[in-house]
Design a protein around this ligand. Structure first.
Ligand code: ZN
Length: 221
């Protein structure tokens, strides 16, 4: 993965970045160490018009149907500025998604964060997606949305981006079927020795390793 702060390539299992010292503990001091209860579509900045919410929700549902182990979440913020990578990394570690089935942990999630003020977007994903996604893939997916977002068409851009992710993942899954060893070797879960977060979703108690980390790609306009 890439360090969310200095963007150098680091090992998933590292508690802190060997280059700059960044880690979840530092992100916690900035954003809070408590779990955040969220829905998959959290339009905190109010970028998506109410009549368009259904389109984005439908795209998130379709993604979940196509990939029964994965989920996709969208969060809009304002004022996270140039730290969007760090914020996305922290949020995917700390979010308890109420409307995601408990058998799909955050490690299997893709999180899009759009920041209204800095006009930037960032994609973070859990380590279970490491064999299937590269920075180039997510850059391509973000690029798909870029023109729409420039025009303030946040919902439409987001839907296009989710569709692009589906195409990329479908291709990678097919490759993995043909050559499973190549993909299996790439899965390197972080050690589960760190702090364990207790996540509660719709009354279910769910334990997940808070040590989960993520990669992300950022596009600034
Ligand atoms: Zn670093």
């Amino acid at each position: 993965m890439k360090c969310p702060r200095c963007v150098q390539v680091i090992h998933r299992g590292a508690n802190v970045c060997p280059h700059c010292g960044f880690g979840l503990a530092e992100a916690d001091t900035k954003y809070g160490a408590e779990d955040v209860s969220l829905r998959r579509l959290a339009d905190v900045a109010g970028l998506i018009r109410s009549r368009e919410r259904a389109k984005v929700s439908a795209a998130l549902d379709r993604f979940c149907r196509k990939f029964p182990q994965l989920f996709f979440a969208v969060y809009t913020s304002s004022g996270q500025g140039g730290n969007l990578r760090q914020f996305g990394f922290w949020l995917l570690n700390r979010a308890a998604f109420e409307d995601v089935p408990v058998d799909r942990p955050n490690e299997a999630g893709i999180l899009l964060v759009i920041d209204a003020d800095s006009k930037s977007a960032s994609v973070t994903w859990g380590y279970l997606l490491d064999p299937f996604l590269t920075e180039e893939d997510t850059f391509q997916c973000l690029s798909r949305a870029h023109a729409y977002w420039l025009e303030g068409r946040y919902a439409e851009g987001t839907v296009r981006m989710i569709e692009q992710f589906e195409k990329v993942l479908k291709k990678k899954v097919a490759q993995a079927r043909r050559d499973p060893e190549r993909f299996e070797r790439k899965v390197a879960p972080p050690p589960r020795t760190g702090e364990i977060a207790r996540r509660i979703r719709e009354g279910h108690k769910h334990h997940a390793a808070a040590k989960q980390s993520s990669e992300n790609t950022e596009v600034n306009r």
